[in-house]
Design a protein. Structure first.
Length: 254
């Protein structure tokens, strides 16, 4: 018998997003605001693994990672042992001449980075904002990013609060906070997506991020998905990377 997620994949891509939005709810998650005003998901369990994904909205490699790889943590249950953060800034920068935000893939990317930042702020539950981000990145892979507003209708999500965030300037404030955080990564990010597990960058091995999560997890929850990881993943090299990298610095106040 097909799992619910597998059935959704076969039926229609939009249904995949709906499946991601609604079946996974974890009451141990709460939200707080950091000094920059960004809502950050946390958990009553200090043993959860912190995972941060630094990316930009129209980076094809980032979009494929978010749609094809990151989706797995929702399907296989790993989401229950991680605090997942998405940071939509990536290779963007602030122009010194006029203080505008310049994005690697153009103005459309700046808009979508900000829309996604607003979604994370308005809907701090990762199960909810990931659904919208998944939809936008799915469209980006197909070159249909200008249709991003269709995601609200497809997922049955209200867009008013997101557009209010974007149009009020709040989205820019959120993006500047993400810019500051990204600028203080240590070691600095050299490409995107840049994946950080428990404050340690995993570099170009980001597609194996699940193995790093499993290695870092010290809790008692059942992690059957960890047992099913390919046996050819070198756990020794993973452990070495997790303990030898320079930790990422925490976000500094703007």
């Amino acid at each position: 018998m097909l799992s619910k997620m597998a059935f959704c994949k076969l039926a229609f891509p939009v249904l995949v997003m709906a499946c991601l939005l609604f079946p996974f709810t974890f009451p141990s998650h709460v939200s707080v605001r950091n000094d920059a005003g960004v809502k950050v998901s946390t958990s009553n369990s200090s043993q959860k693994v912190n995972v941060s994904i630094y990316y930009e909205a129209l980076c094809v490699r980032c979009a494929k990672f978010i749609v094809n790889k990151l989706e797995d943590v929702f399907e296989n249950g790993l989401i229950s042992i991680i605090n997942l953060r998405l940071v939509p800034w990536g290779a963007s920068y602030i122009s010194k001449s006029n203080n505008t935000i310049i994005c690697k893939h153009g103005q459309d990317e700046c808009q979508l980075n900000t829309i996604q930042a607003c979604a994370i702020y308005v809907w701090p539950d990762v199960n909810k904002h990931y659904g919208l981000i998944y939809c936008i990145e799915f469209l980006a892979i197909e070159g249909r990013q200008k249709e991003w507003e269709s995601c609200f209708k497809s997922l049955g999500l209200p867009q008013k609060h997101i557009l209010d965030c974007y149009n009020s300037g709040k989205g820019r404030t959120l993006e500047l906070a993400y810019a500051n955080e990204t600028a203080h990564l240590s070691p600095p990010h050299s490409f995107t997506p840049w994946v950080v597990v428990n404050n340690q960058s995993i570099g170009n091995d980001y597609e194996n991020f699940a193995a790093y999560i499993c290695k870092a997890y010290k809790g008692n929850a059942s992690t059957e998905s960890c047992k099913s990881l390919p046996s050819n993943i070198n756990s020794t090299s993973i452990a070495k990377k997790l303990t030898s990298s320079t930790p990422t610095k925490k976000m500094l106040s703007l």
